[in-house]
Design a protein around this ligand. Structure first.
Ligand code: RIB
Ligand code: CA
Length: 312
């Protein structure tokens, strides 16, 4: 029997997902009960392989990995291989992990684990919301069993990162995001604009990556391509979207400013499809279904990253 908080992460690893997973591996207060894998940053075959490899590198082959949907619900989407590498892990050509993915589909694993940990489960979504939307369609009572739901996604003032108005995770599968934002009464949201506000210096990250640990050495290799990409385009600060979401998930006490607002996903806009539309003035009578992370303790955030890389 444990008094740890059961944690289930839906993820599309992806280099920033990997840092978030290392943070979760290193947290003493949560029991990681599974990784459900989405397509997104790169194709599902790569995101599954990357999740299995990261577990192996971190010595966490106790964490079951479940493959999810290979495609968005309705429309095809473009991946983010230009950021993460064709294989999603910097194209370093790592030896695949020896362990295989579980036979159970991610959506079914989400439902089963929600029953097993009913009322206690912390669900964290770091990728497109396809798996969670399918789970919701299979069982609309899923939210009743989730203690807390943290999502990395959206751009609350339409400063997108994949289109002018939309953030990648939401834009990759807007229909799934719409189903999830409609289906869950409350979401703790770490959006792209919060990510940009919580960058850290490349130089500091390079220091952290010198830690004498297999996790730091592996992460140094898989992140090199995206760190160079980021430095070329975004200057001296690096940004890790999923790491910020994971900090908020693991240590919500680090949040320094939060705003509750109604949020909905645009499906039909020519220019705005996939945008997360915030009713800032609550003009349309919808309930506040999201708590928006506006400011997080930067020192706490950076120390969580440094500790995650140095662990093991
Ligand atoms: O927009 C950033 C998000 O999209 C991150 O979760 C990144 O890993 C990609 O999934
Ligand atoms: Ca991700």
């Amino acid at each position: 029997m444990t008094d740890k908080i059961p944690l289930l992460i839906d993820t599309d690893p992806g280099v920033d997902d990997a840092l978030a997973l290392l943070m979760a591996f290193n947290d003493p207060n949560h029991e990681l009960v599974g990784l459900t894998i989405a397509a997104g940053n790169v194709g599902l075959d790569h995101t599954v392989r990357n999740a299995l490899k990261l577990c192996e590198v971190a010595g966490r082959e106790d964490v079951p990995v479940y493959a999810g949907c290979a495609d968005p619900l309705l429309h095809p989407a473009v991946d983010a291989a230009h950021v993460h590498g064709r294989d999603g892990f910097g194209d370093i050509g790592f030896e695949p992990a020896s362990r295989s993915v579980e036979a159970e589909h991610a959506a079914l694993a989400i439902l089963r684990l929600s029953h097993r940990h009913a009322g206690k489960l912390l669900l964290v979504a770091l990728g497109p919301l396809t798996n969670i939307a399918v789970a919701l369609k299979l069982d609309p009572t899923l939210p009743q069993r989730i203690a807390r739901f943290v999502v990395m996604g959206g751009a609350v003032s339409a400063h997108g990162n994949i289109t002018a108005a939309a953030e990648f995770n939401i834009a990759f599968d807007p229909e799934a995001a719409h189903i999830v934002f409609q289906g869950f009464p409350h979401i703790d949201l770490a959006d792209w604009e919060a990510v940009i506000a919580h960058g850290f210096l490349h130089g500091r990250a390079e220091q952290w990556l010198q830690a004498d640990s297999p996790r730091a050495r592996f992460y140094d290799r898989i992140s090199l391509q995206t760190r160079n990409w980021s430095a070329d385009r975004r200057g001296d600060h690096w940004h890790s979207a999923d790491a910020l979401a994971m900090a908020y998930a693991l240590q919500p006490q680090g949040a320094q400013e939060l705003l509750d607002r109604p949020v909905a996903v645009e499906l039909a806009g020519t220019l705005t499809r996939g945008a997360t539309v915030v009713d800032w003035n609550r003009q349309e009578g919808r309930p506040d279904n999201a708590t928006l992370l506006m400011r997080y303790d930067q020192a706490r955030f950076e120390s969580l990253i440094q500790a995650a890389l140095a662990a093991g």
